[in-house]
Design a protein around this ligand. Structure first.
Ligand code: AMP
Length: 536
């Protein structure tokens, strides 16, 4: 440790619910929380593997040494901009090679990246900038036909905190790269908030999830052990790099910490992914169920050598046992189911578990310190083998959302997070997800909060009332359906599916939240308190 390390005081970030001291002490004493920051975690590997390939994207290959250089150069640029320890910077990028360098450059200076999926638009990003009081916003000029540079300009003009917008890929990084390099050293403490992630969402707006270095790295290390990550690992990352499944389950963080290679892809369709598996000898990939199905059903699997693929992880939404049973015979890989959430807990089926377990369960926790309760409507524990609401508490599960006392009720008084998932736990601790008690739509792993869409629909001049619900879909699991009660006398054509989608798009809503189906109704069934009854 350098002299300046001793001078570091813990970062004070208002709006973070701390772990009770006795829990923090226990996790440290048990060796689950280590005295290590994100950059220390990665730089240990950078020093050991400097000549090896860290990242591959298209024709770009980046060695560990080059990655380290790039991180420290960008860190100098951020520091020169005046970004300081604890400052929030919203990162809104697709999977590109500089993703890792940019995020780690922020970690190096102790800034707090706010990790957002590229699919989000002005409605969501504007709110996230405001809620996190972000000083910086990093995006790319355009993505999927959307002008993100214009979005950046709009954010800057409307936000009172945003000072810096950085557009990657159109010379936007040049000013950051012209400031020399920083020396790698400790500029934040393991107990500092490292980043803010987004909750899957059940409320009208996204909630921010604060993870510290020690809470998150605990889960990264545990996941690496569950998935046998080593320096020989070649991991294909097709899911958004901002999502916890792509980050830490085991994600790019585990592979980079072990000195393996991360192959990044813009998406996971078989025509993109299969050639990459064959070319780079990919050993592990994480997919959401619709992608896994697309791989299983693709005739392309016969045209590419997929023999190196040892593990196909599936999670984010329920993978059907019938599909899971097809993985080994048809793709030659072991399926590993994973269930988890941005709030912290993640579970895995063990690689050596029986075929019955790996095809029917969604995994079990990674450490004994992850506490699981399965309870009835009165918070009383149910019998093993019975369905109930999943509550969890542990070294990687947050104690509250960032700056959101109004949502503290999803945590029990003794700190358990109410996941909103209905599960059955078996005698070996394995969980099977059987349903959901939260008001959320899981569209192939992408989460939609009905209240967020309903709120925007109510702003439509022809809509009197709206109810947004999930409807079953063979591939996605669920799709989004909007039931609309029109205002008296309006022409129903103003509420056709294309018009409704166009309206919501115009409001800056992400494309995956737009209704797939619209149905006009003449009345809604009500609950006893007069709310629209979603059941009926
Ligand atoms: P997110 O924070 O976006 O990862 O969403 C977390 C939520 O996704 C969980 O609370 C579950 O509702 C759902 N989820 C994640 N993995 C699975 C899985 N393997 N099976 C069923 N639901 C899942």
């Amino acid at each position: 440790m350098t002299a300046s390390t001793h001078a570091l005081a813990p970062l004070v970030l208002d709006g973070v619910v701390p772990y009770p001291p006795e829990f923090a002490q226990k996790y440290r004493e048990n060796g689950i929380w280590l005295d290590q920051t994100f950059t220390e975690f990665l730089f240990a590997s950078i020093e050991q593997h400097s000549e090896d390939t860290a990242l591959i994207f298209g024709d770009t290959r980046i060695t560990y040494g080059q990655l380290g250089e790039r991180i420290l150069t960008l860190a100098a640029g951020f520091e020169r901009l005046g970004i300081r320890r604890g400052d929030r910077v919203v990162v809104h990028l697709p999977n590109i090679p500089d993703y890792v360098a940019l995020v780690f450059a922020l970690y190096e200076i102790g800034a707090v990246p706010v990790l957002t999926p590229i699919a989000l638009r002005l409605h969501e990003i504007g709110y996230i900038v405001e809620e996190s009081a972000a000083r910086g916003y990093i995006t790319t000029a355009a993505h999927d036909g959307n002008d993100l540079a214009a979005l950046a300009a709009e954010l800057k003009s409307s936000s009172s905190t945003l000072e810096h917008t950085i557009i990657v890929g159109s010379g936007g990084l040049e000013p950051l790269l012209a400031q020399g390099t920083l020396e790698h050293r400790r500029r934040s403490l393991p107990s500092d908030v490292a980043f803010l992630a987004l909750s899957g969402g059940t409320t009208d707006r996204p909630k921010l999830v604060p993870h510290t270095h020690e809470t998150y790295l605990a889960s990264v290390r545990a996941a690496a052990a569950m998935t046998d990550i080593t320096s020989d690992t070649v991991q294909l990352v097709v899911l958004p790099m901002s999502h916890s499944f792509a980050m830490r389950s085991p994600g790019y963080l585990s592979t980079l910490a072990a000195g393996g290679t991360v192959v990044m892809a813009p998406n996971g369709s078989p025509d993109v992914a299969f050639p990459l598996i064959a070319e780079h000898g990919v050993t592990i990939v994480a997919l959401v169920p619709p992608l896994a199905l697309a791989w299983l059903n693709s005739s392309l699997k016969l045209q590419h050598d997929l023999s190196t693929l040892a593990v196909m992880q599936v999670g984010g939404a329920k993978f059907s046992p019938d599909s899971a049973r097809r993985v080994r015979p048809e793709l030659g890989a072991t399926v590993q189911q994973s269930f988890g959430m941005a709030e912290g807990l993640h579970t895995f089926t063990r690689l050596d578990a029986s075929e019955d377990i790996i095809t029917t369960r969604q995994g079990r926790p990674t450490t004994d310190a992850d506490e699981i309760r399965v309870v009835d409507a009165h918070d009383v524990d149910v019998e093993i083998g019975s369905a109930g609401d999943l509550l969890t508490r542990g070294p990687s599960t947050i104690r509250g959302y960032y700056n959101a006392p109004q949502h503290q009720h999803v945590f029990t008084e003794d700190g358990f997070y109410r996941t909103g998932d209905i599960v059955v736990q078996d005698a070996d601790g394995y969980l099977t997800v059987t349903g959901r008690s939260k008001d959320q739509i899981n569209r192939g792993g992408e989460k939609v909060a009905p209240a967020e869409v309903e709120d925007l629909l109510l702003a439509h001049e022809s809509v009197h009332e709206a109810s947004v619900q999930g409807i079953p879909d063979a591939v996605l699991g669920e799709r989004v359906k909007a039931f609309l009660l029109p205002r008296a006398g309006v022409d129903p054509k103003t509420l056709s599916l294309p018009k409704v989608r166009q309206f919501l798009k115009g409001k800056g809503l992400a494309a995956y939240k737009l209704p797939d189906v619209v149905e006009l109704v003449t009345e809604f069934e009500r609950t006893a308190v007069g709310k629209i009854s979603k059941r009926k």
